[in-house]
Each structure stands twice: as structure tokens, then as C-alpha cells.
Design a protein around this ligand. Structure first.
Ligand code: ZN
Length: 300
């Protein structure tokens, strides 16, 4: 049986796992993200220990917070590049893995492209070829699969930083993106909810006005993505989306903003199956990393 290693490198936690070609997790550890040295060394130690127990890997996949360099031909491939996360700027993530495991192919992509790939293989995007995966949490990110492949292009998509209309009279909160102020992430990430209402999101009642406003901003972003990429489905994960009561608000707002312009029954009649939670739950990220490992093995 072929085994693959996956590392989900998140802003607050690392998840490392060993999984099969069919996405079955055999072993997993989770720990808080600290320095690059410590965090990556713990992942390496986990895989080395598994190898001594007979669990030899075919490839490793890393899905990481970014920005990062996902282009295999680039000199900076495998680096977390200009991240504002303290200590992580210019971290050669893949290089460290190659030093210990010189013969293993390593796949490397954004956390959201990874999660999208996992959903494509084993989750709610099976059978689709063009869709997006959004995470709404500490930040907002979006991964896109187009014609069956993660989109990279110039770098990789940064959908959280689209500009959305901001009515300062209705919502005087200035936004908190360090680069743009009131971009989508600046207005609608988890910390923005807490800063605006002076209360953590998960403690706000489902009928609190915070949620209608949150759904409004997220729907504005989603409508931009629908008209740009023509996705067949939109998957929404991350800590904020654990508040499942926000989904119907988003469905209603997306429909209202599109105003029947996109004539697709998926949106007009079945929007609850169009904007959906991840099918892989809290394993979407690490299964995405395992999917990246499999892709790395296939393309060499
Ligand atoms: Zn921004």
C-alpha cells in the first residue's frame, strides 16, 4: 500500500498526517505553529519515526499559509515568501524537507489550493472541474481549481484581498488589513468581527446583526468570484464558517446581489448545494496536503 505524508502548515497550528492513496488517514499529530525551525523539525521527526515503524512514504505534500512560491521551476520554489507572520518570511520549507528526505518528491501549494484539491479528490467537489475553496478565519483566502488544476499564474490567487463596497455610514469599522484596510479580509475575517463588535464571533447570538453584515461582505466577494471564474461550486471553510447559521444568510444575499443575471439552476434553484461547507470537515487541510503529495509523485 502506498503511503503519503501531508503537512498542513497553518498560521496557528500544524497538522501532520500519513495517508493512503484513497485519503484514509493512518496517523496524525497536531501542534501549535511556533518558529519555522521547531515547527518543521517536528514534522520531519514525525515522518522519520513512522519510517522506523515500517511506514515508508512515497511523497510529501505541504499546504501552507502564504504568500509562497508554488512554481517548481522557480529558484524560490518551496519558500514561504513575504508573509507578515513573525519569523517566517523567506522560509525555505521544501528545502528543509529535501535535506532530510532527498529522494522524496515534495508538493507545495497554498493551504486553500491544497484544501480545494482534497475536496476534488475525496470531498464535495468530486466530478467538478472548476470550483473554489474559501477559508474565512484568522484571514480570508481562496484557492481555485480550474479545468482540474490549482490556479497559480503570476503567484497564486489572493481572493481575500478583493475590494468590496463599504458603506461607512452603515459600518464605520475601518477594516484591518495591514495592506488595504477595508478589503474583504480587512472587513470580514474573524479578527475583524471581534474588533468591530468587541466580542468574539462564536459568542455572538445567531440573530446578532453582526451575521447579516458578515454575510453581506462575504456575498459581495463570492459574487465577484462567480462572475470572474464561473465556478461550479463554492466551498466555504474556516473558523468563522463553523457558525453554520450564516450559510442561509449568504445564500439569500448572493441570490439578491446577482439579481438572476446568471441563469444557472445551480444558483437560481439550488443555491444551498452551490455554496457549501467542506465535505472533509477539519481534515480538509491535511487531506489536501496528502493530495499535493500524490500530485508531486505523479508529475515527478
Ligand atoms: Zn487586504
Amino acid at each position: 500500500m502506498d503511503l503519503f505524508g501531508g503537512i498542513e502548515s497553518g498560521g496557528t497550528k500544524f497538522v501532520c498526517a500519513i495517508g493512503t492513496a484513497t485519503g484514509e488517514i493512518k496517523e496524525e499529530i497536531r501542534y501549535p505553529t511556533t518558529t519555522p525551525d521547531e515547527s518543521i523539525s517536528r514534522a520531519i521527526a514525525f515522518f522519520q519515526k513512522a519510517a522506523t515503524q515500517g511506514r515508508t512514504l512515497k511523497a510529501i505534500g505541504v499546504s501552507s499559509f502564504g504568500p509562497l512560491d508554488p512554481h517548481p521551476t522557480s529558484p524560490k520554489f518551496g519558500y514561504v515568501t513575504t508573509t507578515p507572520k513573525p519569523g517566517w518570511m523567506n522560509t525555505d520549507f521544501v528545502g528543509r524537507l529535501h535535506t532530510t528526505f532527498p529522494d522524496l518528491p515534495v508538493g507545495f501549494d497554498t493551504d486553500v489550493n491544497g484544501a480545494a484539491l482534497g475536496e476534488y479528490r475525496w470531498g464535495v467537489a468530486q466530478g467538478l472541474d472548476t470550483f473554489i475553496y474559501l477559508t474565512i478565519g484568522t484571514g480570508i483566502g481562496g484557492g481555485a481549481i480550474v479545468n482540474g488544476k490549482p490556479v497559480h499564474g503570476l503567484m497564486h490567487p489572493e481572493m481575500g484581498h478583493v475590494r468590496v463596497p463599504h458603506d461607512l455610514a452603515a459600518d464605520p469599522f475601518p477594516g484591518m488589513c495591514p495592506y488595504h484596510g477595508d478589503c474583504l479580509e480587512g472587513l470580514a475575517c474573524g479578527p475583524a468581527i471581534e474588533a468591530r463588535w468587541q466580542q468574539r464571533g462564536e459568542t455572538l447570538a445567531p440573530d446578532h446583526p453582526a451575521w447579516a453584515l458578515e454575510a453581506h461582505y462575504l456575498a459581495l466577494g463570492i459574487v465577484n468570484f462567480i462572475v470572474t471564474l464561473s465556478p461550479q461550486r463554492i466551498i466555504m471553510g474556516g473558523g468563522v464558517m463553523d457558525q453554520h447559521h450564516i450559510f442561509p444568510l449568504i445564500h439569500q444575499e448572493v441570490g439578491s446581489l446577482l439579481n438572476a443575471y446568471i441563469h444557472a439552476p445551480q444558483i437560481l434553484e439550488h443555491i444551498e448545494d452551490y455554496v457549501v461547507p467542506p465535505g472533509l470537515g477539519n481534515q480538509a487541510g491535511v487531506l489536501g496536503a496528502i493530495a499535493l503529495a500524490q500530485t508531486a509523485l505523479t508529475i515527478g
